[in-house]
Design a protein around this ligand. Structure first.
Ligand code: SF4
Length: 429
C-alpha cells in the first residue's frame, strides 16, 4: 500500500514556506515543492508521487508504490552558501536555523565548530554517523571553512563516545587545521554557548550569536548535508533518526539513516515491530527537549532527532510545583506532564538563570547552576509536596541537595523516558 508523506511548511526558523505545487500535481523525489518567503529554507519532495493536499501548514504527497533512491539534483551554484540555500539545508540538530544564513558571514581567522555532542541521551544517530563516516563531518567542516573564510575547525564531542573519537582521529590524519575537543557527559553540553565556553573559556551573553566569538557552529548531520549538496547536488530529502523506547523489538535504540522526510511517525514505529503494550506518550525529539507527538499525524521532518515511546506516566494526585529550565522542558511541557500525572500545579518558577530573549527562553550559563535552594523554599511555602523539574545536570544536583531535606519529592521530566530505556535518572552528579 502506498504511503502518504507529510511535509510541514515550517521545518526551520523563520516563516512558513509557500507551496509551489497544487493538488493532483505529479512530483519527483528531489523536486522543490515549497519556497521561503523571507527567512526560511526550500522544501523538496522526498518521494515520487501525487500531491493529495496543500494547506497553509503542510503538503501531503501520496507516494508511488515503487520508489527509487534517485533524485532531481539542485541547480548549479557558484558558492557553498548558495548551494545550501538551493538544497534547503537547516540545522538538523533540532534548531532548524537556515544554514545558508549562517554561512553568509565571513570570519577570517575564525573557527568552524562541529557540534558532534549529541547531548540528548537515547539519541545515537549522529554518533553512529561519525563512527561509520567521519569523513563526512571533516569534509563538511572544510566546506564550511571555505564558505566563511575560517582558519580552523574544532570537533566538539563527548569524551564517553570513544569509538567516534577513534574514528575521527584516524580520519583526521594529515589535517593540521582541524582538532578534537572532548567534553564531559553532562546536560546541556551540546548547547552552542556551552560548547563555546568549553573551547574558548568565555560565556557569550544569551542574546549574542557564535559570530561574536568569531565562530560558526554546525551540527554533525548538517555538515553531512552540506557535503551531499556540494558533491552530489542532493537537497535535504532524507533524515537520520533514532527510534527507541517501549517497542516490540526491545527498548534499545534503533538508528535509521537517510529516512525520506515526510515519512509518518507511525511507519517508523512499525519498522521497530510496533509499540509494546501500554504506553505513556510518543516523544518527538530527545528526553530533555522533546515534545509529545501525535502518532497519527506527525511525520519525520528536517529537524526530527528521535521518536521515543515511553512507559505510562506515574500517578501523583497531589500538589506539585514546576521548575522551568531554558534548556530543558518549558512551562507548557511541564504542565502537560503534571496533567498526565493527575497532579495539581500550585506554583511555577523559572530557574534564575533563565532570560526571555526574542520570545524564547535562554540560559545565562547553560549547565552551570546559579543555586536552587531559594526556589525550592518558595515551592515549599506554596504548599507543594513534590517538584517537577526540567533542569540541567548541575541544577538538578542542587535541587537534590535541598528538596528531599525539606520533605519534597522530585520528579525530573525525563524520568519516565529514562525508566523506559533503563537509563540513569537525572538527579545527583
Ligand atoms: S542553569 Fe538553569 S536555565 Fe540554565 S541550563 Fe541549568 S537549569 Fe537550565
Amino acid at each position: 500500500m502506498s504511503l502518504i508523506y507529510k511535509f510541514p511548511l515550517k521545518m526551520h526558523v523563520g516563516a512558513a514556506c509557500k507551496s509551489i505545487v497544487n493538488t493532483k500535481d505529479t512530483v519527483k523525489r528531489g523536486q522543490c515543492i515549497a519556497i521561503p518567503e523571507g527567512l526560511g529554507a526550500k522544501i523538496h519532495s522526498s518521494v515520487n508521487g501525487i500531491v493529495k493536499e496543500v494547506t497553509g501548514e503542510y503538503i501531503l504527497i501520496q507516494a508511488d508504490e515503487l520508489q527509487s533512491k534517485e533524485y532531481i539534483k539542485i541547480e548549479q551554484c557558484n558558492s557553498i552558501k548558495d548551494i545550501c540555500f538551493e538544497a534547503g539545508i537547516v540545522g538538523a540538530g533540532g534548531a532548524g536555523f537556515p544554514t545558508h544564513v549562517k554561512l553568509s558571514a565571513e570570519i577570517p581567522g575564525g573557527t568552524i565548530i562541529a557540534n558532534c555532542v549529541e547531548c540528548e541521551p537515547v539519541l545515537y544517530h549522529n554518533i553512529s554517523l561519525i563512527e561509520q563516516s567521519p569523513e563526512l563531518v571533516i569534509k563538511g567542516i572544510k566546506y564550511a571553512m571555505e564558505a566563511v573564510k575560517a582558519e580552523n575547525g574544532i570537533i566538539a564531542v563527548k569524551e564517553k563516545n570513544k569509538n567516534a573519537i577513534i574514528s575521527l582521529k584516524n580520519a583526521l590524519e594529515g589535517y593540521e587545521d582541524i582538532t578534537i575537543k572532548e567534553l564531559p557527559d553532562i546536560y546541556p553540553m551540546g548547547e552552542e554557548r556551552t560548547i563555546i565556553h568549553e573551547i574558548f573559556g568565555k560565556w557569550l551573553e544569551p542574546s549574542q550569536l557564535p559570530l561574536e566569538a568569531n565562530c560558526v557552529v554546525l551540527n554533525t548531520e548538517t555538515l553531512a548535508n552540506i557535503v551531499r549538496a556540494v558533491d552530489e547536488g542532493k537537497p535535504v530529502i532524507d533524515k537520520d533518526i533514532t527510534v527507541g523506547g517501549k517497542l516490540a523489538n526491545g527498548n534499545k535504540q534503533n538508528v535509521f539513516f537517510q529516512v525520506p522526510i515526510g515519512t509518518p511517525v507511525k511507519e517508523m514505529i512499525a519498522k521497530c515491530e510496533g509499540i509494546d503494550g501500554e504506553y505513556g506518550e510518543v516523544l518527538i525529539g530527545g528526553p530533555y527537549t522533546g515534545v509529545a507527538g501525535d502518532m497519527d499525524n506527525d511525520s519525520v521532518t528536517k529537524t526530527s532527532g528521535g521518536i521515543i515511546v515511553t512507559i505510562p506516566f506515574p500517578r501523583y494526585e497531589d500538589k506539585v510545583a514546576l521548575l522551568v529550565c531554558a534548556c530543558g522542558a518549558n512551562e507548557n511541557r511541564l504542565r502537560y506532564i503534571a496533567e498526565k500525572m493527575g497532579s495539581e500545579v500550585v506554583s511555577v518558577l523559572p530557574c534564575k538563570n533563565l532570560e526571555h530573549i526574542k520570545g524564547s527562553n535562554k540560559c545565562k550559563t547553560p549547565g552551570t547552576c546559579p543555586g536552587q535552594a531559594g526556589v525550592v523554599l518558595q515551592f515549599k511555602k506554596a504548599g507543594a509536596k513534590r517538584l517537577i523539574i526540567s533542569n540541567c545536570s548541575d541544577c538538578s544536583n542542587t535541587v537534590m541537595n535541598s528538596a528531599p531535606g525539606l520533605g519534597l519529592g522530585v520528579y525530573h521530566h525525563t524520568d519516565h523516558v529514562f525508566r523506559t530505556v533503563d537509563h540513569e535518572l537525572t538527579r545527583r552528579l
